[in-house]
Design a protein around this ligand. Structure first.
Ligand code: ATP
Ligand code: MG
Length: 320
């Protein structure tokens, strides 16, 4: 039974949800926001409760086999994408959940349109798909480093100053199409401050067990921090929609990031109210016949009299 605190937390993510770009300004959000909540010590227990709720919802989603959920994570280095994905998803059944990480594209991927590689990884019906980076990199890293465009094998006349606006339009159309196909899309920008990023980089350098997480390339990208923020601002303004909202998730406090994301994921699955498939009268009759056969089988093996059938009320079809 979810606690009262947990019930209130399920509404937490709404404060960070953007369903339309009008009036959006990234600067209106703060990376160290916690909405005044002092829940750091309780966060693990609350996340465990969320995991239970999520697991139950996922089972229905899977059994119903109609909707799928696509969760897109974007962030600057050290904002906590990996940790958030790990913590929030611990309760999910791996049978119906896949995580895909998208790095710099291969030459084969560059030989196709930019949605090709992610389209191949979309979650199937009943599944939850997690993208660790995504096609949004095409409007983020590629915009901050426009020389990358030169490697994309695009016809020269298509590379114009309008290219970013065109990509925004294409992505919105694509997400509208996916939502009409039953894909529930939620997009997360984990918003870390430059100061907190600096602190986390230093921590990675100081701790031998975290050296593998640090790369000099990350330090180089840090020089473009402001450019990335401007690019994120524009991306969110142009691609937030009711069918594929963005969440600007404060990321300076990991415990808070995780609670917000957990809350949004629960809201996303609940939004389609997945239900277990119902059994029709014919199937019910078949189930009863199977039950009788199994009960008789047990009796003939043990020599004992066949046990009484379960009370009829439990298998009786509900009147609609
Ligand atoms: P971590 O550092 O936590 O392991 P990461 O997602 O930062 O995870 P990296 O291998 O460090 O993984 O970086 C992947 C890089 O690939 C990022 O710099 C990202 O900008 C880049 N990338 C992803 N998609 C594209 C793309 N379409 N075009 C160019 N670069 C891309
Ligand atoms: Mg990295």
């Amino acid at each position: 039974m979810p606690s009262e605190t947990h019930r209130r937390l399920t509404r937490l993510s709404r404060h960070f949800r953007i369903t339309g770009g009008q009036g959006f300004r990234l600067r209106a959000f703060s990376p160290d926001d916690t909405r005044g909540l002092q829940l750091k010590d309780k966060a693990d227990a609350l996340l465990e409760e969320s995991a239970d709720v999520m697991a139950k919802l996922q089972e229905r989603l899977y059994a119903q086999d109609r909707w799928s959920v696509l969760l897109i994570f974007q962030a600057m280095d050290a904002a906590g994408k990996d940790g958030t994905i790990k913590h929030v998803m611990t309760g999910l059944n791996p049978r119906g959940c896949e995580v895909h990480s998208f790095k710099a594209p291969s030459s084969e991927e560059l030989d196709h349109d930019f949605l090709w590689r992610t389209s191949n990884r979309l979650p199937r019906r009943g599944h939850i798909g997690i993208f660790n980076r995504s096609y949004y990199e095409e409007m983020l890293v590629v915009r901050v480093h426009p020389e990358i465009l030169g490697k994309q094998q695009l016809p020269a006349e298509l590379v114009t100053p309008r290219i970013w606006r065109e990509r925004f339009e294409d992505v919105v159309s694509y997400e509208r199409y996916l939502s009409r196909q039953g894909v529930v899309i939620r997009k997360f920008f984990l918003y870390v401050s430059p100061e907190e990023q600096r602190r986390r980089f230093l921590e990675r350098i100081a701790d031998p067990a975290k050296h593998w997480k640090f790369s000099l390339g990350d330090l180089h990208e840090r020089e473009y921090f402001e450019d990335y923020l401007a690019a994120y601002d524009d991306v969110i303004r142009h691609t937030a929609s009711p069918f594929a909202p963005w969440y600007v998730v404060p990321a300076d406090h990991k415990w808070f990031t995780r609670l917000v994301v957990a809350s949004a994921v629960i809201e996303a699955i609940e939004s389609v109210q997945p239900t277990f498939p119902t059994v029709d009268a014919k199937m019910l009759r078949q189930l009863k016949a199977a039950e009788t056969a199994l009960l008789h089988e047990a009796a003939s093996v043990t020599g004992a009299p066949a046990p009484a059938r379960r009370p009829a009320a439990r298998t009786r079809r509900r009147r609609s």
